[in-house]
Design a protein. Sequence first.
Length: 176
Amino acid sequence: MVRALAAAAFLASVTAGCAAPLALREEGQRALLLEHVQELEPRVVALLGTEWARPFEVRVHEIEGCRAETRRGDRRVTIDPDSFDDGLRMTVAHELVHVHATGRWAGLPRGVEEGLAYWIAARATGLAEEYEGPEPCPDALRAALTLDDQGYDELHELERADVHQAAAWLASRLIP
Ligand SMILES: [Zn+2]
């Protein structure tokens, strides 16, 4: 049984400037996030095969250098305000994978978890064909499977993108 939907709590601490009154903008963002979570969470859970409730919080706040992040441990999801301009459904689905993967495995490599998140999010949002490209290069696959946290953190942006793509490709073969 999936009960996680009822556990989602939405916080709003929007600091981005906007022409609309802040309260209205926060209300609109909260409603949109709730709509996406309600649509996508059951799909993510079904695709991952996880079943237990996962209490989590979603808040909107500026993040340096990325669109969204999910804190391990308490599963607090932070969405950058810029994510509302483009690809919000994919971003929400991706973070929901992290929410539901947390605690599922003791030590999944970061690159593999990211690839899994990209692949499951693509499936959940109907964009799976993005990962049906050619096989990734062996170096990227090896890095996805074997890099530790420090090695992953030290990757340059383009290398990280290759690792994510390789891991997503791998996940697409393991979880069709
Ligand atoms: Zn991620």
